[in-house]
Design a binder for this molecule. Structure first.
Ligand code: ZN
Length: 81
């Protein structure tokens, strides 16, 4: 489940309100980019941005930090992992 956000919206507000949800970006090659790095890519590199509600934790291609989904991964088989 994704809610799409434009490049400009993402640059201006990498955390969406209400709720303060992290808006996760993707470059045009499909690599995930965390909200803190939204200002570090150019528009031509931009693929899409969306509120990441559920799914496995992603890793930012720029800073390497983990990007967890808001509600976790409903398909994870091992909750201890
Ligand atoms: Zn980052």
């Amino acid at each position: 489940m994704k809610r799409q956000v434009s490049f400009r919206e993402w640059q201006e507000a990498p955390y969406a309100w209400p709720g303060g949800y992290a808006v996760v970006g993707e470059d045009k090659w499909g690599n995930p980019i965390c909200p803190a790095c939204s200002g570090k890519i150019e528009e031509w590199e931009f693929g899409s941005a969306f509120i990441y509600y559920e799914g496995p934790t992603l890793e930012c291609v720029i800073c390497g930090s983990e990007i967890p989904s808001e509600y976790g991964d409903p398909w994870a088989t091992d909750p201890d992992e």
